[in-house]
Design a protein around this ligand. Structure first.
Ligand SMILES: C[S@@+](CC[C@H](N)C(=O)[O-])C[C@H]1O[C@@H](n2cnc3c(N)ncnc32)[C@H](O)[C@@H]1O
Length: 177
């Protein structure tokens, strides 16, 4: 699903306010949110975006907007890329991570992101409401259970400060302490 306009605008404000430069997006789809992130970054900023499926990605729009040099596309699975980024750049090397790929891997993505993001950096998780299904205890589907499990963990996670927003399909902000 395409990221929402209100969410993308909110990210742009955060990136500019916080002077973020090093960003990661997990789940590219069309590249809409990576484009909006890149537009908000300074000239020496970078966003690494990853997906397992490149067929919908509109790199032509990144070029048209003049921000293609700020975006690095990696066509690899989320967990693999996050592990590689820890090897390549080390712990605490990114300012902002947006988690928005396959929900069953959310927990693992979050744990790897906790390592990758610096102190006072931000992890943002999309779809944490999952259309309200996380509140329906009779829903035991793998995706709903995975998002519910992550929400429960984050609520008590002393490594972060959190803010849950009813933005899009539920957006959870986690500031690493
Ligand atoms: C909700 S869409 C991403 C939307 C995008 N972040 C945006 O804001 O426009 C989810 C994307 O995650 C990708 N995806 C699914 N499983 C993945 C995995 N294991 N690793 C990386 N990407 C994955 C899908 O191919 C899909 O393009």
């Amino acid at each position: 699903m395409l990221g929402s306009l209100d969410e993308a605008q909110f990210f742009q404000i955060l990136i500019r306010l916080m002077n973020f430069k090093r960003c990661i997006e997990i789940g590219t789809f069309t590249g809409y949110t990576s484009l909006t992130i890149a537009l908000a970054l300074p000239s020496d900023g970078q966003v690494i975006t990853c997906d397992i499926d490149g067929q919908y990605i509109r790199q032509d729009l990144w070029r048209k907007a003049g921000v293609d040099e700020k975006i690095t596309l990696r066509l690899e699975p989320a967990i693999q890329i996050l592990e590689k980024l820890i090897e390549e750049h080390g712990d605490g090397s990114f300012d902002f991570i947006f988690i928005d790929a396959d929900k069953v891997n959310y927990l693992r993505c979050y744990e790897l992101s906790i390592r990758l993001v610096r102190s006072n950096g931000l992890i943002v998780i999309d779809n944490t409401l999952w259309h309200g299904l996380v509140l329906n205890q009779t829903d035991k589907s793998a995706v709903t259970m995975a998002i519910r499990q992550l929400n429960d963990l984050i609520r008590n996670d002393q490594r972060v400060d959190i803010s849950f927003l009813r933005l899009g399909d539920g957006t959870t902000l986690c500031r690493k302490k």
